[in-house]
Design a binder for this molecule. Structure first.
Ligand SMILES: O=C(O)[C@H](O)[C@@H](O)[C@H](O)[C@H](O)COP(=O)(O)O
Ligand code: SF4
Length: 604
């Protein structure tokens, strides 16, 4: 039985989405009704489609009795989280062939590492790379040779982009296959401490590099609960993984067994069999609410206040930040994983992991239990953890003896009675803040504004000693129309040093923060953005800004008439519109929707 607030928000979303959802489902039915995809192709199309296949595969593909599975992969050597994916396609092909079906590597999608681009120009392409990934996924699937698909991807914009692209083929079933976290190295807290010491000039860049290299040291996803690991948690909650695939490490025999299990499962759930599970039926309004509740219960990435709006829209479902806020008010915080605590995702997994969270949310009535999933039998199957027993993959409940109460809590005794995210309203616009990572003492601040138009301006002011005081950093012209809405996570060590010195500091921006950003209160995704004439552009040096995260208030203490009468001079933004590929993204900056609608140039 779902609790009232979850039911209320779900019904509100269904109501709001009636028309768009019906149109989406009609489109998917139109694609399905044409029958097995390759059966619609001409002889020439089909021959081209299997020209490079092995002879026995060609014979199988000439017929339409067995499934042909698309593999779409975000493999590259740049993302530690994606490097292990290199070997997965052949594992999948062999497993599918053993099922009497075929699999083809349908296409690759690009994947950017936000850790490599953080604070650098490349970060200005990051958000829009999600839409490029969505389009690349559609290009891979456009060959219409397929009855189902497996998507290999993990990181920030990649899973959202692949899911948006997959939803354009909602008549097909999909499974998402990750590679798992890297082993724990230098703890996230120790890494952050070295960064702060570097910001204060106390250690050399050599020492900093040693610390960063000890934190990020091998294949696998980085171990903070940022956007990538939030993706994995939400894929479990939406039933788009093989249960428990999220946080098993890349090494060892479980990971390949889970990948083979995904290959076997996808061949069973196509329209050619009798257990058809199209993506359009899995991703419905209740599934989206299950994802939001799980995000809020785990203090997941604020980027999902943008990505899941775009994903929902791709399924004809309309959600907004009030939905997040109302669900957050009703959802208990069940985990403390860095930046919301000191444990990392490996510790979380050992303490019970995704299975624990989903069990607590289902038992507490916070998640819809009666929904279709791509594997198992509804979300309840995702309350089990995979183990190898006598070389066989089986699932069992997490061991209660391992449930470390500093990392995971029951819904009856949570860390907080409300979730990790808050909607902020006021005379500057609408923004969001992740409260799960901000200490109570720092959630309320009234202080003068200091205006910045570029991240380095803040570093320079810090180094010049100009910031040793209470202030609210207003970092603007960082929205999608301005420069592609980069994450401003490089500001964290500087602001954290000032907070540790005892100053009351906060950040207000129309840009983003990383899912790994934490202890400094940051009102982000300000809509409308400065470059679109938002009120954030009219804030002047010294204006008093009031932020009350718990009350959901953010305002500049200037009367409306004065604020409206202010003349705003738009800074010259042309310098960040060319170089390092940015000229290729102008059309996306020009046509992006606002953050609260998913900040997309493709999905509406
Ligand atoms: O949203 C996220 O989770 C971040 O974009 C993350 O993917 C990025 O890599 C951070 O920069 C990591 O944190 P550090 O920069 O602190 O290593
Ligand atoms: S989690 Fe972030 S930093 Fe780590 S590989 Fe993925 S994108 Fe890069």
């Amino acid at each position: 039985m779902t609790i009232d607030a979850v039911t209320k928000v779900t019904e509100r979303i269904i109501e709001r989405s009636l028309e768009s959802r019906a149109a989406y489902l009609e489109k998917c039915e139109r694609m399905r009704s044409k029958g097995p995809q390759r059966g619609q192709l001409s002889c020439s199309n089909l021959a081209h489609g299997y020209a490079a296949c092995q002879t026995d595969d060609k014979q199988t593909l000439r017929l339409t009795e067995s499934a042909n599975i698309a593999i779409v992969s975000a493999y590259n050597d740049m993302l530690s989280a994606h490097q292990p994916l290199e070997t997965y396609p052949n594992l999948i092909k062999d497993a599918v062939r053993k099922m009497g079906s075929t699999a083809q590597f349908a296409g690759g999608v690009p994947a950017m590492c936000d850790g490599v681009t953080q604070g650098d120009t490349g970060m200005e392409l990051s958000l829009f790379s999600r839409d490029i990934i969505a389009a690349a996924t559609a290009i891979a699937l456009s060959h219409n040779m397929f009855d189902g698909a497996i998507c290999l991807g993990v990181c920030d914009k990649i899973v959202p982009g692949m899911l948006i692209g997959a939803l354009s083929f909602g008549h097909l079933p999909f499974l998402f296959v990750p590679a798992g976290p890297m082993p724990t190295g230098l703890s996230n807290a120790d890494k952050a401490a070295v960064r702060q010491r570097y910001a204060k000039g106390e250690v050399s860049s050599e020492t900093l590099l040693d610390a960063e290299s000890a934190a990020y040291h091998s294949p696998g996803t980085c171990t903070f609960f940022g956007t990538a690991n939030s993706n994995q948690m939400l894929m479990e909650a939406m039933g788009l993984h093989i249960p428990g695939a999220a946080f098993e490490p890349p090494a060892g025999d479980l990971r390949p067994a889970l990948t083979v299990a995904a290959a076997e499962q996808i061949t069973k759930i196509t329209a050619l069999g009798n257990d058809y599970r199209p993506l359009s039926q899995v991703v419905d309004e209740r599934c989206i609410v299950n994802a939001l509740v799980t995000l809020l219960a785990t203090g997941g990435s604020t980027n999902h206040a943008i990505h899941w709006v775009a994903i929902a829209a791709a399924a004809g479902i309309q959600i907004d930040w009030q939905d997040y806020a109302d669900l957050s008010d009703a959802t208990p915080l069940l985990t403390r994983i860095y930046p919301n605590g000191t444990a990392d995702v490996n510790h979380f997994h050992a303490a019970g992991g995704s299975a624990w969270v989903i069990r607590e949310l289902l038992d507490g009535g916070f998640m819809h239990a009666d929904v279709l999933t791509s594997a198992g039998d509804g979300p309840r199957s995702y309350t089990q953890k995979p183990v190898m027993k006598d070389d066989k993959l089986i699932w069992q409940a997490p061991d209660p003896a391992l449930a470390d109460s500093t990392i995971v809590r029951s819904a009856k005794d949570p860390f907080q009675t409300h979730g990790g995210m808050q909607l902020l309203k006021g005379n500057i616009g609408r923004s969001v803040i992740k409260v799960s990572a901000v200490a109570e003492a720092h959630r309320k601040i009234t202080a003068p504004a200091i205006i910045f138009h570029e991240q380095p301006d803040l570093y320079r002011a810090f180094e010049a000693g100009e910031l040793d005081r209470d202030f609210v950093a207003v970092v603007r012209y960082q929205g999608p129309n301005a420069n592609g809405m980069p994450e401003l996570h490089k500001l964290t060590p500087y602001l954290a040093v000032l907070q540790d010195k005892g100053f009351k500091v906060a950040l207000v921006t129309d840009g983003r923060m990383s899912g790994a950003s934490g202890k400094v209160p940051a009102a982000i995704h300000m809509s409308p953005e400065a470059a679109a004439g938002g009120a954030i552009a009219a804030i002047e040096q010294g204006d008093m800004i009031e932020l009350d995260a718990d009350a959901g208030i953010l305002r500049v203490l200037v009367d409306d008439a004065t604020l409206a009468a202010r003349k705003v001079t738009m800074p010259d933004l042309t310098h960040n519109q060319t170089g390092w590929g940015r000229e290729l993204f102008q059309v996306m900056r020009d046509h992006s929707s606002v953050a609260e609608q998913g900040a997309s140039a493709l999905v509406r």
